[in-house]
Design a protein around this ligand. Structure first.
Ligand SMILES: [Zn+2]
Length: 120
C-alpha cells in the first residue's frame, strides 16, 4: 500500500486571495482587519483645526470607521461637494477625513445625506 505524500494545496479561492494592503496571502496577512462601516453605528465628530504655521483652517471629520474604501469614497464626495482639497487617514485609532477650509455646514449636509450621524 502506497501512501499519498503529495502536498495538498488549497484550492479555496478565499485562502489564496491576497491582501490588498500588504500583498501577502490573506492567510499570512497580519494587517488590522477593516471595519465594515455598515456593521455598527457610529457618530462622526466634526471640528475645526488650524494647521501649520500659516494657520490654515481645516474641517476634521473624526471617529469614522477604519475602512479604506469607505474613507476614500466619502473623502471624494466631500471634496467634490465642498469644492476643496482633502485627505483621509487610517493611521490613528479611528478613520479621519480632513477637508480644507471651514466646511462644517457642507460636510454635515453630505454626511446626513449618506446616512451618517454627526455632531460638533
Ligand atoms: Zn495584509
Amino acid at each position: 500500500m502506497t501512501k499519498d505524500t503529495r502536498l495538498v494545496y488549497s484550492t479555496d479561492p478565499a485562502l489564496n486571495r491576497k491582501c490588498e494592503k500588504c500583498k501577502e496571502l490573506v492567510s499570512e496577512c497580519t494587517c488590522e482587519p477593516e471595519v465594515d462601516p455598515k456593521s455598527y453605528r457610529f457618530v462622526a465628530v466634526l471640528r475645526i483645526e488650524k494647521q501649520g504655521r500659516g494657520g490654515k483652517t481645516v474641517t476634521v471629520v473624526d471617529r469614522l470607521p477604519k475602512n479604506e474604501l469607505f474613507l476614500k469614497n466619502l473623502c471624494t464626495t466631500l471634496k467634490k461637494k465642498c469644492g476643496a482639497g482633502g485627505t483621509y487617514s487610517t493611521a490613528g485609532k479611528d478613520g479621519v477625513i480632513e477637508i480644507q477650509g471651514d466646511k462644517r455646514e457642507t460636510v454635515r449636509a453630505v454626511l446626513e445625506k449618506e446616512g451618517i450621524s454627526s455632531k460638533g
